[in-house]
Ligand binder design. Structure first.
Ligand SMILES: [Zn+2]
Length: 377
């Protein structure tokens, strides 16, 4: 494991908020980016040699030849590191891209389209309703929930967050600590909030069906409820909520479902345009179970890819973007007889699954096709 050595290197440069580095075996030079200015450190030859040996061993242990992603605890907190090994101009290079816990992105920073922003803002301003965000682990659920919460006027509406821990501090948001709540614990708190006339209730992570029912009931009693769960997409959220109680009770004030993912943004400094190939269209069709003709129609004719440069540490990426789909539950949709009929009507009304948003982002030069193929959707 190169962790010890990596730690040593990271400690050397952690103070400068390192985002990544490249180490060249031949020259022993460690290049890193500090406030968008490239800097170079000379690494002693034995340490450099050890580092390469450790990285090779680490990659071999993981059964990977060239790249691996792992987590590491540094003096400044937990970081996620993508390690990449390659040969360039006859010399072996190792580069690492380092990601720290996300800053609160805020409503505008999440990456909703202007149209999505408008609809969501409208629903967040309502007096009551149930809004559920379904995002798998590691794809930005907390950031999305807290950023949406920040858009609600928390200082003028009595607002409460029920969670094991407060991940971000928001002005005007009261915190109720509840570690791994049982349904009974949660119901006790919710009843208390109901009596207290709480207007906004935020539960960042819903674990059980019964909790889903309790939250729908709070929305029916006139509260605005914002909840998060680990679901793949909007219809999975809808499906699991509908299993929690009678459709009438669950849907009465259910207003919005949001699902999302994080994707790596292409480095803007080293992109090149190219014609989408037949192989890529084939890969898209296979990945999303589309007919070839469908994939041809959906895929952008031209795409961008990054070739790697010092400013992205030859990873080709620079930061992340959010990709979201929104499902607005209006009266017409709620009147449908089952989830399949709701799904069909949603498509007719312009519901766009996340993958279409991702293709749009690729068309706009923000994402590579490779990134879309690797999205966990
Ligand atoms: Zn680049």
């Amino acid at each position: 494991m190169p962790k010890k050595l990596l730690n040593k290197i990271i400690r050397q440069i952690d103070a400068e908020e390192l985002a990544g580095f490249t180490l060249d075996r031949r020259s022993g030079e460690l290049c890193y980016l500090d406030k968008e200015k490239a800097k170079t450190l000379k690494i002693p030859a034995p340490m450099c040699r050890d580092f390469f040996a450790a990285v090779e061993k680490f990659l071999a242990e993981k059964g990977k030849n060239t790249s691996q992603r792992f987590r590491l605890l540094t003096p400044k907190g937990r970081v996620s590191i993508s390690l990449d090994s390659r040969t360039e101009n006859g010399s072996q290079k190792i580069s690492a891209e380092i990601e720290r816990p996300e800053k609160l992105l805020g409503f505008k920073g999440l990456g909703f389209t202007p149209e999505q922003q408008k609809k969501i803002k409208n629903i967040l301003a309502r007096k009551k309703g149930l809004i559920v965000v379904g995002i798998p682990a590691g794809e930005g659920l907390s950031n999305t929930i807290y950023s949406l919460a920040a858009e609600i006027n928390l200082e003028t509406r009595s607002a409460y967050l029920i969670a094991a821990a407060k991940e971000y501090s928001l002005k005007g948001l009261n915190f109720i600590s509840l570690d791994y709540p049982t349904e009974e614990d949660l119901r006790t708190k919710l009843d208390w909030l109901d009596k207290k006339d709480a207007e906004v209730i935020i539960v960042p992570e819903v674990y059980e069906r019964q909790t889903a029912l309790a939250l729908a009931q709070m929305a029916n009693r006139g509260h605005l409820v914002l909840a998060g769960c680990r679901s793949r997409d909007s219809f999975s959220v809808l499906n699991s909520f509908l299993k929690a109680g009678s459709a009438q009770e669950i849907l009465a004030n259910f207003s919005l479902i949001i699902s999302g993912r994080r994707a790596r943004r292409l480095c803007p400094h080293c992109v090149e345009k190219y014609q989408t190939s037949r192989e890529e269209i084939g890969a898209l069709a296979k990945r999303f179970a589309w007919k070839t003709r469908e994939a041809e129609a959906l895929a952008p004719k031209k795409l961008l890819r990054s070739v790697g440069c010092p400013s992205c540490h030859y990873h080709g990426h620079s930061g992340k973007i959010g990709l979201y789909e929104t499902l607005i539950l209006d009266q017409e949709l709620k009147a449908e007889k089952d989830i399949l009929a709701m799904r069909n009507l949603a498509f007719e009304k312009g519901y766009r699954p996340l993958v279409l948003g991702a293709l749009e982002a690729a068309k706009n030069g923000l994402l590579s096709l490779r990134e879309i193929l690797s999205l966990k959707i």
